[in-house]
Design a protein around this ligand. Structure first.
Ligand SMILES: *Cc1c(COP(=O)(O)O)cnc(C)c1O
Length: 396
């Protein structure tokens, strides 16, 4: 049997012989209080962003992640753009990101008039490689007062944005050390990583998104929990949290009747109706996480016997939410085999997919600055995301 058929068979053995289309990640609202909570918004008339469900949702997120403050907004991209603005990213700046991410990581930077500067990844977490980051900064960066500049372009380097890809925690402790050394703000794109953490000592773990100045999560329809569309900023800093709320609500000063705004800001707050859905989803998070881990372990077991294919695992001392279970094709010339595997799976209505086109290869980012991206190119040819919806595990 050829490899592509073998892979599809392995997936079918794990998820069962489904007759319907199987997508990478689908939302689920079964056995939840979704309808009841949304009905409350409609009955009371509180559907927009002022409303009690928003703060309820924010409290649940801050409680769960351990971040002192969580500020809910209308999507993950807005959350990232706000976080970057708050840590000081402005027009013409450069922000360091990995090329292997969803395009939103770069778009949020561009929305502020800044540009992404790409640094390579490493193969175990698929996140920014700490030593590549260190090398790149040693080569391009120069300190002037409190700021860091790219000595070749003259632009300010104003933040580093590691991404926890597919929910796998990046090597954030090492990355943070480098940011501290250079006095560079650290904003974690934890859009995919609700439920992922790093163990800090025997019985203490810290949630992804809580290591730097700010972190962000997405609640888009394909993420581990969804609010339809939505996102949140995480921070331990009360000033930053306050500013996030202020800037996401048109910078209006609190007053019983005056409409006074003290700066140009955005309208980014999460509507109450979406927050109500979010609360019902947070109530199911633990179950979803458990199912995803079981699903991952089933994939791991079945692909263990298949030569030249491995299931990507969390690093020791870290815990992935396994948002997307992912296989890596080993050996030479993986791209042809990858495409054959994907194509065959699609013919069986199993819509697996490759990792995103590297962001630096997209037309609008081709002219961005970048370091050596060898590992990003290497890995991006080898990865296939498997069907990962928690509801693929029955009765959990
Ligand atoms: C989903 C995602 C975002 C953006 O979130 P939206 O809610 O879709 O705007 C940003 N970064 C990464 C890595 C993502 O996966």
């Amino acid at each position: 049997m050829n490899k592509s058929k073998i892979v599809t068979n392995c997936i079918k053995k794990v998820i069962g012989e489904e007759t319907k289309e199987i997508h990478i990640h689908e939302p689920s609202f079964s056995d939840s209080n979704a309808l009841e909570y949304i009905e409350d918004c409609i009955k009371t008339g509180w559907v927009s962003s002022a409303g009690e469900w928003v703060s309820r949702f924010e409290n649940l997120i801050s409680e769960y992640t351990g971040a002192k403050y969580a500020v809910a907004v209308n999507n993950g991209t807005s959350a990232l753009r706000l976080a970057l603005f708050i840590v000081g990213v402005r027009n013409k700046d450069e922000v360091i990101i990995p090329p292997l991410s969803f395009v939103a990581t770069a778009n949020a930077i561009s929305h502020l008039g800044a540009s992404p500067h790409f640094v390579d990844i490493e193969d175990s977490s698929l996140g920014i490689c700490p030593s590549a980051l260190e090398k790149r900064l040693d080569y391009i960066a120069i300190r002037k007062g409190d700021n860091v500049y790219n000595k070749f372009t003259g632009n300010k380097i104003s933040a580093v944005v590691p991404v926890h890809v597919f929910g796998l925690p990046a090597k954030i402790l090492e990355i943070r050390k480098i940011c501290l050394k250079w006095n560079l703000p650290l904003v974690e794109d934890a859009a995919e990583a609700l439920g992922s953490s790093i163990s800090m000592s025997e019985n203490k773990k810290r949630h992804c998104g809580c290591f730097g100045d700010m972190g962000i999560i997405s609640f888009n329809g394909n993420k581990i929990i969804t609010t339809g569309g939505g996102g949140a900023l995480l921070t331990d800093c009360s000033e930053k949290a306050k500013l996030a709320k202020h800037l996401s609500t048109t910078a209006k000063l609190d007053h019983p009747w005056e409409f006074f705004h003290d700066q140009i800001a955005w309208n980014d707050r999460l509507p109450n109706i979406n927050a109500a859905l979010g609360v019902s989803q947070m109530e199911k998070l633990k179950i979803k996480l458990r199912s995803k881990r079981i699903l991952h372990e089933k994939y791991k077991k079945i692909f263990d016997d298949i030569a030249d294919i491995e299931v990507i695992e969390e690093n020791t001392k870290s815990e992935s939410n396994y948002w997307l279970s992912t296989i890596r094709i080993l050996g030479k010339e993986p791209q042809k085999l990858r495409d054959e595997i994907i194509s065959f799976a699609h013919s069986s209505k199993i819509f697996v997919r490759p990792s995103w086109t590297l962001i630096n290869k997209l037309p609008m980012y081709e002219k961005s600055q970048f370091g050596d991206l060898t590992e990003s190119y290497n890995q991006s040819k080898r990865l296939i995301n498997l069907p990962s919806s928690p509801q693929l595990i029955k009765n959990t």
